[in-house]
Design a protein. Structure first.
Lengths: 317, 317, 317
């Protein structure tokens, strides 16, 4: 593996899941693999879980990690080719990125979309520019349109909670929210579940909240939430703002909040959410406090997902 | 020891002081005790001394520490049971806390009081909620009403600076300040000195600045600063805002500033303050620059206090 | 070496360059030198490159490093002797500094000038106060008027890119900028190149942008940029605001931007800049993207400069 930005970087998703589960059983299985190697973690947007879980993963492999928080006014990066930098940007990615390549062996990047200009966000210009100029493997810690470490975590969690011979029915359901939220977790979940290929995958959302077909192709898509939830084994709940009317929030979506009533339609489904979650807006208390809720397990599994990814990148160097 | 939030968590204060002094003599006495263990340090309010001294203590025991600064707009926690989270809070403590339990073996928390609503502050809802949901030992790095690591440090400092057969006279004196300051350092000092029980303990403050009797019970309390200081061996100087008129600042308290004149009443007393201190407002330069001033020693002892506490928590796991 | 604040702290600059180049070949040559030692890194102003490169240097020597970001409203230090601290400052350097001496073995400090009051900035009151009260070696991570780690890095870079028997011609040229920039990098480069003494050193800048002669004495100074650049082997490009009209920005300096046309006058010179650089304002794209540009090498060499300095300080303890 040369980078970790989307499913296209992964030769064998099932093998990566197995590696993560191996680390879950034995965190120090490869405790010397990363000795003398350095991981840079570049946050252009804030992070708690992602930072800590990735730092623990690095530590389990013997790697040193270094955090750079750059998402503030002090360090605005320029991405435009040929830009005359007489405005607010203070450094060009062409000058900054190669230095990360000198200091680190692997670099992780978190960057959020602006949710104003769809073409700009979906061009992934920030993470792509870093990849172009840094000369070392790049790990997405969530980018404008995808969140592959979360999706790998989600597949690990589904995998360890399913032991029946038949394929599980996995449902991704849109949920209400009060703010414009990126599509990245939903895009990425769809991309990974489709690429994994070991489930019956259904996506449900209100009209006007269709995701980019690049990611959803292969899934069954319906606007009928009840129909989608029927006999589900796993229900992944997530809000996203509109891709069509880019960044728009649905004002009248409260009925989509998942409650016990919805869950009674399912096959005693496990519920999932990437967190943070707004209680009684996206999901009701009764679901989050129910033993079938996997959110804590998902967050815990972030460590093993990151450890498997770093391990593969280290082995490929 | 299962947690470290107040004196009630400590079976034997004198033994804990002795352990800290053992580490002061030999910092690496238990350098393998914490290997493979992780300490999370969650700061809802800023910290310099507390963070560094606790990280050094962890390092001395072989523990890895991870700092999370969450006291900003990006991560407002919800504490209300059943809350509909359609406002400014983005994550419920019920969802956040269990994850700390997955990532860490021990968690430290700093949280300040708002000084607006006494019942809310004194309910200690933040640290208590963390304790309720995180499933691992919690160390207070200063909470709304108590600062036990500071108080343990203070007792360590008094202990190593006293070698006479009689009990020392320890005086806690209120000092002026220009801003509303929490009662926590004063509450906590009173609680620990009383629980320790090896001093003649006097508290002096202006009228209307009585502390909660829960902490002060057992001490002699007087509004007469001169009388209190007479023959003192240790003088602990600290401002606090009013507990009765909650959060109120005393405007006409300048006369309470400790000067050499006050010190001449004492038994050549050592002076103490938890820092940071406002010179020539709380204490005069002449006292802070005098060899009897123990403030640097107190700050240095924060390492050994934290190391003793982490050590006890690790041994109890 | 007892401190690292200017050339005056260094007995033998060439030996320090050689030590840095030894570490560049073998980063782990002294991997046990700093075991059990702690480096504090105190940032009163933000830093990315300096922080990371210095942390890597410490790690290469087995030292633990601890970062303190204090350049915000939460921790305003007081420097005035006898100050009555009833305003915005919350802690006196006399109380804060000794604690660093208790926690750390070496302390690094970054502090920027205000660019309003020349006498205050050039008094270097912040770093000098830290030196006065902390009782441990102080490393400048950039101070109000000097940036010695950058200058050492620059000499390392010139050294490893020069293998001819004659002395290189080294030119420091002023460049345009839109904001008031400190003189420290330019002052420091001049001081170090002069103290090193192994080049023909020319400084060129517009009228009114003369640097303090304390640093430039020994260099040839001219307002004629073309004449300065002729036959140059190394061209160091840097903006600085006026020292005479303290902090003033030159509004009509665009013609000083270095382009390929300027470079054609040189002896196929290598170009240098400390970064961050504003493209097409200070330097044109064509120079920064040219193989002769050494900026990435300079940034990479920050690690070896810091490692040589920390190594010397550790050996002197």
């Amino acid at each position: 593996m040369q980078n970790f930005v989307s499913t296209h970087d992964v030769a064998d998703i099932s093998a990566l899941i197995d590696l993560a589960l191996k680390y879950k059983k034995n965190p120090s299985a490869d405790k010397s693999l990363g000795i003398g190697k350095r991981l840079g973690l570049l946050f252009m947007n804030p992070s708690l879980r992602t930072r800590i879980s990735t730092q623990i993963a690095a530590q389990n492999l013997g790697m040193e990690s270094y955090v750079l928080n750059v998402g503030n006014d002090n360090w605005q990066l320029e991405f435009g080719e040929g830009a005359v930098m007489n405005g607010t940007t203070v450094e060009h990615i062409k000058d900054a990125a190669p230095i990360f390549g000198e200091y680190f062996d692997i670099i992780g990047l978190r960057t959020f979309p602006g949710l104003k200009d769809r073409d700009l966000d979906y061009s992934e210009n920030v993470i792509r520019s870093l990849q172009m100029y840094c000369n070392i493997p790049v790990v997405s810690l969530e980018s404008a349109t995808l969140h592959p470490l979360q999706s790998l975590t989600d597949l690990i969690t589904i995998n360890e909670n399913w032991n029946q011979p038949r394929k599980p029915k996995v449902v991704l359901t849109w949920a209400p929210h009060i703010k414009p939220i990126p599509q990245c977790v939903a895009n990425s979940f769809a991309q990974w579940v489709n690429a994994w290929g070991k489930s019956d995958f259904v996506i449900t959302h209100p009209e006007g909240f269709e995701l980019d077909a690049v990611y959803t192709k292969g899934a069954t898509i319906t606007h009928n939430q009840e129909e989608a939830l029927r006999d589900a084994d796993f229900v992944y709940v997530k809000n996203w703002s509109s891709y069509q009317n880019y960044g728009q929030v649905k004002q009248d979506g409260a009925g989509w909040m998942l409650t016990e009533k919805h869950m009674s339609l399912t096959h005693d489904a496990r519920t999932m959410h990437c967190l943070p979650v707004r209680r009684n807006v996206e999901l009701s208390d009764e679901i989050l406090d129910h033993p079938n809720c996997l959110t804590t397990t998902q967050s815990a599994n972030r460590v093993w997902a990151a450890q498997a990814v770093l391990s593969e990148l280290l082995r490929s160097q």
